[in-house]
Design a protein around this ligand. Sequence first.
Ligand SMILES: C[C@](O)(CO)[C@H](O)COP(=O)(O)OP(=O)(O)OC[C@H]1O[C@@H](n2ccc(N)nc2=O)[C@H](O)[C@@H]1O
Ligand SMILES: Nc1ncnc2c1ncn2[C@@H]1O[C@H](COP(=O)(O)OP(=O)(O)OP(=O)(O)O)[C@@H](O)[C@H]1O
Length: 315
Amino acid sequence: MSTSQLAERAGAPGKVNLFFAAGPPRPDGYHDVASLYCAVSTGETVRATLTRGAGTTVGVAAVPGSLVAQQLDRGTFSLDTVPTDGSNLAVRAAEAVLARFPPLVGGLHLQIDKAVPVAGGMGGGSADAAAALAAVNRLAARVSGEPALDDDALLELAAGLGADVPFALTGGAAVGTGTGARLRPVAVGAPLHLVLVAAEAGLPTPAVYAELDRLRADEDVPPPRLPEGLVERLGAGTAEELAPLLANDLQSAALSLAPQLEPVLAAGADAGALASFVSGSGPTVAHLVADAAAAAALADVLRGQGAPALAVRAP
Ligand SMILES: C[C@](O)(CO)[C@H](O)COP(=O)(O)OP(=O)(O)OC[C@H]1O[C@@H](n2ccc(N)nc2=O)[C@H](O)[C@@H]1O
Ligand SMILES: Nc1ncnc2c1ncn2[C@@H]1O[C@H](COP(=O)(O)OP(=O)(O)OP(=O)(O)O)[C@@H](O)[C@H]1O
């Protein structure tokens, strides 16, 4: 087999946090959280190819029709903003896997097909890292003849890369505690229907946490916990029953840094959405609606008004 045929592909989903509470800042700069993660039906793909060169190279393309492709069409985003050096989370993930195998003879190319907005609060970079972990693990095992790392080993590497990376590796729905990396999978009765609306400019996650701390500087912030009945309603309730329990501590901080999101949230209420919320650290906004037809209709309206919008299932 020629080296050009040695390639492995893996995907990982974007996410929303249906609920997110953060405690006070910890001495290490992180926050303890209580997060209800839910994967969405738009996500990233990474193809890892063995090359004749040395080191790791990166290519980035937009998935047609995705939020990223819509941002490109509107000229509000450039793929050049995605790093292609060792600071790309997918490269760091690949290196973490390769360190566990005999040295690779040749180099590695990572082709990232992006659908999830960059710095959008949907865990796009984390999904790239998770997909790279899975793809490079299979590739390194094939090339070396060694056994692939098992799921627990990959999860440990994921937690070392970022708080959201373990969830991107597992997908579905899960409660995240600690920094968000400690996961307990939870059941989803019926998939939810969301409309995701991407913003013109990203929000850096550390800045949003810092703004949350600033806004709460005079408060006695309690330890984070999920509301009573939330997990049960996700498992067996309707979207209408779930909607009143959705909340995100980071939303006020994201709105403080990006007040232009207020009308984006309000557009959901005007259109009859069951709930509208900022995804993670923002600025992507999610509108929860009753069914797939309502999601498609709302996404059409919002796109007609000029916003990058996409109807998705969760998970
Ligand atoms: C906002 C969320 O996306 C919600 O799921 C996550 O909490 C962020 O996860 P992430 O982007 O994977 O975060 P990391 O890459 O691990 O950390 C980036 C930065 O976010 C802040 N951070 C992150 C997670 C956490 N529990 N507390 C924090 O304060 C820290 O300033 C950290 O330096
Ligand atoms: N593979 C990657 N894709 C996008 N950005 C990356 C990647 N690797 C590193 N980065 C850097 O990380 C920053 C945040 O990227 P990312 O898209 O993961 O944010 P996010 O989705 O808001 O993260 P989260 O939801 O986990 O807080 C980018 O601005 C970019 O500089």
